[in-house]
Structures are given as structure tokens and as C-alpha cells.
Design a protein around this ligand. Structure first.
Ligand SMILES: [Zn+2]
Length: 320
């Protein structure tokens, strides 16, 4: 239909036709493949509940990336911005089948998942291999399945690798994460004259096995005193804390993960000492190694430091 350029419309009596209703298509829920995740199996199938746990974990991670301002027009694309276009989750039998095409991945310990670098002749992308009956304890029951929190922990390893190992480097660097006491005692890191410790306070679980390790739990999927494993568990708790509770996010603009001095670290993390504690998500709870309330707020400090550290990493990588 033609129109008259610059025609002046009278302001009275103009009745516009109601917009034609656009039929709303029934949305098809996104599946793992939409997130760039391929499942493979070798002598053991991914169970239906494991596939669902993985998808729900992936959706959580995509949700935190949305809240964190990750680049991408949809949650699917934001997930891929950080995690890459393609990864494989490989379910391995407890006992390696004869002539397995995936033999090289059986360096994964039975009962655990392990992230492998791309192997061009076999699977030319990052692989999370999970072998056999997933380990459990008297207090951490898996029924042998890969659970949602395990999946998110493994995605923490993927993020670490995709960051060029920045995450483990920041977590394991020779600095100290101080608590909110006047003295600023160590929560995690190095303290004068001692080696690095992941620490036992502020994780949300408290079943000490010794001076540097706790039992496996929802919040510590791998409690080894390792910067790599602590990094993945910090990611796990950050994802759920940030998507479960009102999470402070007004970091000081000059935040640096490994502040040059304890005084600077205390200053840049000061707000964590007045923030509300974690609520619906009990990881990063302010408890000590035996589970009692810890008024020096180690959980708040863990959350605040990892929030700032992810901010640094995501900006370094151009993910935000
Ligand atoms: Zn791990």
C-alpha cells in the first residue's frame, strides 16, 4: 500500500487496528547438545538421572553467567563463551572393556571424574571422563551416580583450563585470604613460614580428616589440599551462592585477586565483613572446621574473594 510522504496525521479520530496476535510457539527446552555438550559411553551408559543432573547443573552455570554479564545473546551462547563450543562427557566402565577405543581415558580413577585435554587422534576437545560407581561415603551418598554438584565441580575445571589456568594460579598463589578478625587469620593460601592450604573454614561442610583436608561433601567435591581442586570447589559454591541468594556484586573497581599486601587485601575485602551470610545455599557458610558458627566470617570472605577473582579472569579473557 502506498503512503504519502510527510503526511500529517490528524490527531483526532485515528483508530489503529489492534496488532495481530502472534501465536506463541511452544518453547522446546534446550538439551545438552544445545550447550555444545556431547555424551559418549564406554561399557557403561549415562543414566537418565545423570543426564538430567548434568543438564540442570549446566543450566545453573549458564544462569550465573547471565547474572555475571557474560557476552552472548542467549544462555546457551553465554555458556559457550566461557566453556567453549564443544566438550565431551564420557561415561567409563569400572573395568576397561577389551579393545576400548577410549583406553587412554582410563587413567581416570574408578569412582571419580577427570578432565582430559584434547587428544586429536581420539577426541579432539576437552573430555570429562567419569568412571564406574561414583565414590560415596557414610555422609555423602551418590548411589554411584554423577550428581549435579559433581558436574558443576567438573565445569569449574573446564573453566580453569579455558582461562589458561588462571583460576588455579590465583587460588594457589603465595597470598593469604584473611578472615574478618582484627588479626586477619588465614582462611586459605600461604601464611608466613607455612605452605599453601585450602583451609577448612567457610566451605559449608565440616568433617575434618586432618589438618588440611575434610571429607567429601556437597560443597567440597574433592577436598584434596590442591589448588586445582580448591579452585573447582570455589567455582561450585560461587555458582550456587550467586544463583540462590541475594549476592553482593559491587566490587571495588581496583580489586586484584592477589593483593600486594595483607593490608590491601583486608581493605578490598572489607565489605564481606558486613554482608549478609549465605542463605538458601549453605556452601560458603560461616562455620569453622568442626561446624560451629565462625564470627570471623570465612564463608563471606571466600565468596567475596572468588567473586572478584572471577571478575578479573572474565575481563582478562574478554568473556564479559
Ligand atoms: Zn576435581
Amino acid at each position: 500500500m502506498g503512503s504519502i510522504p510527510n503526511a500529517v496525521q490528524p490527531y483526532w479520530g485515528v483508530v489503529y487496528a489492534p496488532p495481530t496476535p502472534t501465536p506463541t510457539p511452544t518453547p522446546v527446552p534446550a538439551g545438552l547438545s544445545d550447550y555444545g555438550i556431547e555424551l559418549r559411553e564406554d561399557g557403561l551408559l549415562w543414566s537418565a538421572s545423570e543426564k538430567l543432573a548434568l543438564l540442570v547443573g549446566v543450566e545453573r552455570v549458564a544462569d550465573v553467567f547471565t547474572r555475571f554479564g557474560v557476552l552472548g545473546s542467549t544462555p546457551l551462547l553465554r555458556f559457550k563463551t566461557v566453556m567453549g563450543e564443544w566438550m565431551v562427557w564420557l561415561r567409563l566402565a569400572e573395568t576397561q572393556p577389551a579393545n576400548s577405543p577410549y583406553a587412554i581415558y582410563y587413567d581416570t580413577a574408578a569412582g571419580e571424574c577427570k578432565v582430559h585435554d584434547p587428544i586429536p587422534s581420539v577426541i579432539n576437545t576437552l573430555v570429562v571422563a567419569c568412571r564406574g560407581f561414583m565414590r560415596q561415603t557414610n555422609t555423602w551418598i551418590t548411589h554411584g551416580e554423577v550428581l549435579e554438584t559433581a558436574a558443576v565441580h567438573e565445569l569449574g575445571h573446564i573453566l580453569d583450563i579455558r582461562s589458561g589456568n588462571q583460576l588455579r594460579s590465583f587460588v594457589g598463589d603465595s597470598f593469604m585470604l584473611p578472615d574478618c578478625s582484627v588479626r586477619g587469620d588465614r582462611i586459605m593460601g600461604t601464611s608466613s613460614g607455612t605452605g599453601w592450604l585450602r583451609g577448612q573454614r567457610g566451605w559449608g561442610s565440616a568433617i575434618p580428616l586432618g589438618d588440611d583436608q575434610q571429607s567429601i561433601s556437597q560443597f567440597q567435591q574433592n577436598p584434596a589440599n590442591s589448588d586445582i581442586e580448591a579452585a573447582a570447589d570455589m567455582f561450585l559454591n560461587w555458582v550456587y551462592r550467586r544463583t540462590s541468594d541475594a549476592a553482593p556484586s559491587n566490587l571495588p573497581s581496583d580489586f586484584v585477586p592477589n593483593a600486594p599486601s595483607l593490608a590491601v587485601q583486608v581493605t578490598q575485602l572489607a565489605d564481606a565483613c558486613t554482608y549478609p551470610s549465605t542463605g538458601a545455599w549453605e556452601g560458603f557458610q560461616n562455620i569453622n572446621r568442626t561446624g560451629n558458627p565462625d564470627p570471623t566470617l570465612p564463608g563471606n570472605r571466600r565468596y567475596w574473594w572468588i567473586e572478584g577473582t572471577f571478575s578479573t579472569i572474565f575481563q582478562n579473557k574478554g568473556w564479559q
